[in-house]
Design a protein around this ligand. Structure first.
Ligand SMILES: [Zn+2]
Length: 389
């Protein structure tokens, strides 16, 4: 259960990561180099002509709710970030990397540290605003940037070198992890152990799509549109409720308990590690089909209306659950719409609401001293009562 708890706030540096999730092909390198450098290496690897060797999204067994939430966030990033709570070693990191690798590569302005889209106005980009005439582009993979728990704020948001700026009059901004995450995903393992202030800041940037760094009267703004994906184990500390409900979706993952699924997970992981390229080739067709579906869903999203009766049902559901504010309804509606687009449906129906209600609402419930059942059970019960089964 992920609500009804108090936060355990930890300092940025007191919880070094010590438990990699399901191993990645370059886990040996990951031990030796900072994770973001490894990530750059991985991106280069993906962007080059070598075959894709990220564990394929379509080869992930089970964890349906997590996979669906990530897909929904990829169809409509305005749904907000995704929180994944649950056991270790359930493939959270694998899923996010698999999804990013599955997305079509993006056109990005060459030389722009924020990988701007050459087809769009420069907007908040300081690079593209001053290099308007030379916006040649290349194809780049959708980035997945890891935010390590020990990262300093400068490394995350970027560093302004005040001395250089003041003494030499140079714009001295060193872009940080948020710059690299633009148009992609920012992944935080154990987000519940990250400093609250930093989580708050990340949620602000994710919501606005712009990162502003201010030091002593100097300020730099740059685009930072990303889907924030946080994972954590609730037994090790919970997020403050004020932070919880700023994530669009929350999903729970558990280690599968049925035998055939467990066997399947182990078999595929073993096959992948023995021959990554061969394994990926076997799932390439399934991944391409998913990619096509995602691209089609994105294209049809804007044309998909939400009928009044669906909106009314969403509002009744949120009222019944007593969720704070209107964020729950808004997220529920957007999530249902993204799912309808993904399903290729003509309209957003009650059944779409029913399917996404737990992920969109379970982290928005207030504690009810008279009801100690888990948040998921409360949402499921309300869905049955309000929307029918
Ligand atoms: Zn740019």
């Amino acid at each position: 259960m992920i609500v009804n708890g108090t936060a355990r706030i930890s300092s940025l540096t007191s919880h070094p990561r010590s438990h990699p999730e399901a191993p990645e092909p370059s886990s040996a390198a990951a031990d030796a180099a900072p994770r973001d450098e490894v990530e750059v290496g991985r991106q280069r690897e993906r962007a080059s002509a070598t075959p894709q060797t990220t564990f394929p999204f379509s080869a992930i067994v089970g964890q349906d709710e997590m996979r669906r939430a990530l897909m929904i966030a990829a169809v409509d990033p305005s749904v907000g970030g995704v929180l994944v709570f649950g056991d270790r070693g359930t493939g959270k990191s694998t899923a996010i990397r698999g999804l990013a690798a599955l997305l079509p590569p993006m056109k990005a302005v060459i030389g722009c540290p924020y990988s701007c889209d050459p087809g769009k106005p420069a907007g908040a980009c300081p690079h593209c605003a001053t290099h308007a005439s030379s916006r040649k582009s290349h194809l780049a993979p959708v980035p997945v940037v890891d935010l390590p728990l020990g990262a300093t704020e400068d490394r995350v948001v970027g560093a302004l070198d005040l001395e250089r700026a003041l003494t030499r009059g140079e714009k001295a901004f060193e872009p940080g992890l948020l710059a690299r995450a633009n148009r992609g995903f920012l992944y935080i393992d154990e987000v519940n152990l990250l400093d609250d202030h930093l989580v708050d800041l990340l949620l602000d940037v994710a919501a606005s799509g712009v990162n502003t760094v201010e030091r002593e009267g100097l300020s730099v703004r740059h685009p930072a549109k990303f889907v924030l994906v946080g994972s954590g184990n609730p037994e090790e500390g919970e997020l403050r409720p004020q932070l919880l409900d700023r994530f669009g979706l929350a999903v729970e993952v558990t280690t599968p308990t049925d035998l055939p699924t467990r066997i399947d997970v182990v078999r595929r992981r073993d096959a992948y590690e023995r021959d990554p390229a061969g394994f990926c080739a076997r799932y390439a067709k399934a991944d391409r089909a998913l990619q096509k579906r995602l691209t089609a869903a994105r294209a049809r999203l804007s044309a998909l209306d939400v009928p009044d009766e669906t909106l009314e049902a969403a509002a009744r559901l949120c009222l019944a659950l007593g969720t704070d504010g209107l964020r729950g309804e808004l997220t529920l509606m957007r999530t249902a719409r993204a799912l309808a687009a993904y399903d290729g449906a003509e309209t957003v129906g009650i059944d779409h609401l029913r399917q996404v209600a737990p992920s969109a609402l379970r982290h928005r419930l207030r504690r009810n001293p008279l009801d100690e059942s888990g948040s998921t059970a409360r949402v499921v019960r309300a869905v049955e009562e309000v929307l029918g089964s």
